[in-house]
Design a protein around this ligand. Structure first.
Ligand code: XBP
Ligand code: MG
Length: 256
């Protein structure tokens, strides 16, 4: 089967968005709402086990503030969490618009090379669609939303990662078999999702995920790398390569 498409996760993969982006935006939304919640770097690392910002906030309440009730008489807890999340998304997209969250090393190079090779591109993410658009427009290129044929994001599926729903949906909308694609992820929840859709998966780790179990990954590296700033491969061979490029991807795709 010919390699036809690359499917990218967003948070932690295209950009290191969680510690200094999403986490900061969550804390800004809590402060704006007059809540004394403040998620530290380490605490947020624990909370990342729950995908989806609304789900993550509900989990936090259940674990750390179980008697918490909506402070708004006109909103039940679900509506209040929804309002908090809308504020958080506003703060987060402001951070992106201010250029605060750059792409990870090698991402732009690989996307340009894939486009030059006429590969189709897609996104499969748990994050909110507005966050994807803001990252692509402000950190990749103003017109880069058009580079991705399918953008599967947020609440469009019933089960977020680690469920495979979002990858299943993206493959369906691409009209491709998993064997014609490669997936790029950064976390255990992410690889459980992509493997659940039978996708060969390349992992680039980050501060929050470097100790995760990536069993089943075709390649685990610390980054996609650049020729003059080589990656470190943790698993999958390819030690002779300095960075993830189209030659490596085609070789990896050929392997059974
Ligand atoms: C990561 C997530 C998201 C973000 C926060 O998504 O789980 O929930 O942490 O974004 P992925 P929202 O790694 O699949 O890109 O608050 O919009 O959910
Ligand atoms: Mg991710």
């Amino acid at each position: 089967m010919q390699l036809e498409a690359l499917i990218f996760d967003v948070d932690g993969t295209l950009a290191d968005t969680e510690r200094d982006g999403h986490r900061v935006a969550f804390n800004q939304s809590f402060a704006e709402a007059g809540l004394d919640w403040n998620w530290s770097v380490d605490q947020y690392g624990e909370l990342l086990a729950i995908t989806g910002g609304k789900e993550r906030m509900r989990h936090y309440i259940q674990q750390h503030d179980p008697d918490f009730e909506s402070p708004r008489p006109d909103q039940d807890l679900t509506a209040f969490i929804g309002g908090l999340h809308a504020a958080k998304t506003r703060f987060y997209t402001q951070l992106l618009a201010a250029g605060q969250i750059p792409l990870r090393r090698g991402v732009r190079r690989l996307i340009d090379a894939a486009r030059a090779d006429n590969l189709r591109l897609a996104i499969a993410t748990t994050t909110t669609p507005a966050n994807v658009e803001a990252l692509l427009v402000h950190s990749l290129a103003p017109e880069s939303m058009d580079w991705f044929e399918v953008i599967g994001a947020g609440d469009v599926v019933a089960n977020k990662k680690p469920g495979s729903d979002i990858y299943d949906l993206v493959l369906q909308e691409l009209g491709l078999e998993a064997s014609a694609c490669l997936a790029f992820e950064d976390s255990r929840n992410g690889i459980l999702s992509s493997l659940g859709a039978n996708l060969k998966t390349i992992i680039t780790t980050n501060h929050y995920t470097e100790s995760h179990n990536f069993e089943g990954a075709a390649l685990v590296a610390d980054q996609l790398g650049e020729p003059d700033a080589p990656m470190t491969v943790q698993h999958g061979g390819f030690e002779g390569y300095r960075c993830v490029d189209m030659t490596l991807l085609r070789e990896l795709h050929r392997q059974t």
